[in-house]
Design a protein around this ligand. Structure first.
Ligand SMILES: Cc1cc2nc3c(=O)[nH]c(=O)nc-3n(C[C@H](O)[C@H](O)[C@H](O)COP(=O)(O)OP(=O)(O)OC[C@H]3O[C@@H](n4cnc5c(N)ncnc54)[C@H](O)[C@@H]3O)c2cc1C
Length: 415
C-alpha cells in the first residue's frame, strides 16, 4: 500500500511538522468538509497511505505520532467506519488508479459513505458459496440477488459488493468485487430488528442493480474479499472525545460521528464491558465472594494476554506488513473475553441482571450485555471459522476437506 522511498524522517521532525501545519491551517469555524479537504490534500489525513492518495507514505510508527499530535491539538480527523477502515485500504491494494481517483479522496473527506455487501442468506461462513449474480450490460454490470446482515446499508452511498460472474469455474474463481451505488430504484433495503432491540443490520434486495466499477479483475473477487476480511478483523469503533472545543467543524464532526455510530452504539456491550465487572462486584457487595473473585481473575488473565497479542500485531503492522492470520487470534480472544465478562456479570448480578429498562441495573446495561455478546462470536467470521484459519495458516494443520474443490460452481450444492 505504501510507496515510501528513502529514509524515514525522525519522530520529532514529523511531530513538529504536523504541529506547525495544524497551527497554520486549523480554524474551528471552518466547515468540516473544508477542513477534511485540507487534511486530505496535505497528506496528514492518512499519513501511512501513499502520497498520491491523501497520505505521506510514512511508516505505521510515524503514523501513530501524527495521530497523537492530532489528538493533543484536538482537531477532527477523517471519518470513521467501513469506508476508511475497509474500503479505502482495499482500493489502495486492489483498485485501479481510476477507482482510487474516483473514490479515495471523497471517502477521506466524508463526502461519501460505504457499507459491506458480502453475506447472503446461504453464504456467511461459506462466503465463497455466494449466489448473487452479475452479468455484463454494455460497459457496466447488472446485479441480482439478496444480501443480509448488511450493517449501515440503509444510509450508505456505496456498497463494496461480491457477486458471482462465472458459474463454470470452481467457487472461489468465479467471484468479482464491485462498487455498487446504493441509491438506485433497483435496490431495496429493509432494516432488521435484533434481539437486543437495536436495528443495525439490513436485508438488501438487488433486482438488476447497476454497477459500473469492478475492483481488481473480473473473477478476482476472492482476493479482494480476503483483503477486506483481514482488515475487518481489526475494525474498531472510536468514541467521541469527552470534551472538544466549540466551532463549526467540531459541531459537524460530532453530528456525523453520532449518526455513524448509531448502528454500533451497542458494540461496547457486545464486547462484554469487562471495565464494569469490578465496579459492579464492589457496588453489589460481591467482591469478597471467592467464586466471583476467581472468575474475575480468569477474565483479567484473558484480557491481558489479548492486549499483549494485540500489541504484537500492531508492531507487525508498524513494520509495514499487511494484517495476516494473527487477526484471527485477536478476534477469537475478543469473543472469549466478552463471553467470560458476560458470565461474571450474571454471576454478580444474579436474576436482576436479566431486567431491561432504565430502572434496571446500570440503566439496563447488564441485560444488554447478555443479549449482545453472542454477536461478537459471529461478526467478521465466526469463532469456528477463526479456529480453522488458525489451525491451517498458523499451526499448519491439514486443510478442512472441501467437497467443492475443483468443481465448477454450477455443479456444487451451495447454500
Ligand atoms: C454484528 C454483525 C455485523 C455484521 N455486519 C456485516 C456486514 O456489514 N456485511 C456483511 O456482509 N455481513 C455482515 N455480518 C455477517 C457475518 O459476516 C456472518 O453472520 C458470519 O460470517 C456468519 O455467517 P452466517 O450468519 O451465515 O452463519 P453460518 O455460516 O450459517 O454459520 C452457522 C454456524 O455454523 C458454523 N459453521 C459454519 N461453517 C463451519 C465450518 N466450516 N466449520 C465449523 N463450523 C462452521 C458457524 O461457526 C456457526 O456457528 C455481520 C454479522 C454480525 C453478527
Amino acid at each position: 500500500m505504501n510507496d515510501r522511498v528513502g529514509a524515514d524522517p525522525s519522530a520529532d521532525a514529523v511531530r513538529s511538522e504536523v504541529a506547525q501545519w495544524i497551527e497554520n491551517n486549523w480554524n474551528p469555524d471552518l466547515p468540516l468538509a473544508r477542513w477534511r479537504e485540507l487534511l486530505a490534500d496535505s497528506g496528514w489525513a492518512c499519513p501511512t497511505w501513499p502520497a498520491r492518495w491523501c497520505g505521506r507514505s510514512l511508516s505505521g510508527a510515524l503514523g501513530r505520532v501524527v495521530a497523537e499530535e492530532m489528538k493533543r491539538t484536538v482537531v477532527p480527523g477523517p471519518p470513521e467506519g467501513v469506508g476508511m477502515m475497509l474500503v479505502a485500504p482495499v482500493l489502495l491494494e486492489h483498485g485501479s488508479d481510476e477507482l482510487k481517483q474516483r473514490y479515495i479522496r471523497r471517502t477521506v473527506t466524508g463526502e461519501i459513505t460505504w457499507c459491506q455487501l458480502f453475506s447472503e442468506p446461504g453464504a456467511g461462513s461459506d462466503l465463497a458459496g455466494l449466489q448473487s449474480r452479475a452479468v455484463r450490460d454494455g460497459d457496466g454490470w447488472r446485479i441480482s440477488g439478496q444480501k443480509v446482515w448488511s450493517t449501515g446499508a440503509a444510509t450508505a452511498d456505496f456498497g463494496l459488493l461480491l457477486a458471482r460472474t462465472d458459474w463454470d469455474v470452481p467457487k472461489h474463481a468465479g467471484i468479482t468485487a464491485f462498487v455498487l451505488p446504493m441509491r438506485q430504484k433497483e435496490i431495496v433495503v429493509r432494516p432488521l430488528r435484533q434481539m437486543n432491540g437495536h436495528s443495525s443490520f439490513n436485508e438488501v434486495f438487488l433486482d438488476a442493480a447497476i454497477a459500473e466499477h469492478v475492483i481488481g479483475e473480473p473473477g478476482g473477487g476472492w482476493l479482494v474479499a480476503r483483503a477486506t476480511l483481514a482488515h475487518e478483523r481489526r475494525l474498531a469503533v472510536f468514541p467521541v472525545p469527552p470534551s472538544v472545543p466549540g466551532g463549526r467543524a467540531w459541531r459537524e464532526a460530532i453530528a456525523e460521528r453520532t449518526a455513524a455510530a448509531e448502528p454500533h452504539k451497542w458494540y461496547p456491550q457486545r464486547a462484554g464491558r469487562p471495565d464494569l465487572v469490578i465496579p459492579q462486584a464492589q457496588a453489589l457487595g460481591r467482591s469478597g465472594d471467592p467464586v466471583v473473585r476467581q472468575e474475575i481473575a480468569r477474565l483479567i488473565e484473558l484480557a491481558w494476554s489479548a492486549r499483549w497479542m494485540a500489541e504484537r500485531a500492531a508492531s507487525i503492522r508498524a513494520a509495514g506488513q499487511r494484517p495476516g492470520p494473527e487477526g484471527s487470534l485477536g478476534k477469537l480472544a475478543s469473543s472469549g473475553i466478552a463471553r467470560q465478562a458476560a458470565r461474571v456479570h450474571s454471576l454478580i448480578a444474579g436474576a436482576a441482571g436479566m431486567l431491561a429498562g432504565p430502572e434496571a441495573l446500570i440503566g439496563g446495561t447488564i441485560a444488554e450485555i447478555g443479549v449482545s455478546v453472542p454477536a461478537i462470536s459471529i461478526a467478521g467470521g465466526t469463532d469456528e471459522i477463526q479456529r480453522t484459519i488458525i489451525a491451517e495458516r498458523i499451526l499448519g494443520l491439514p486443510r478442512e476437506p472441501d467437497v467443492s474443490a475443483g468443481v465448477p460452481f454450477r455443479e456444487v450444492r451451495a447454500g
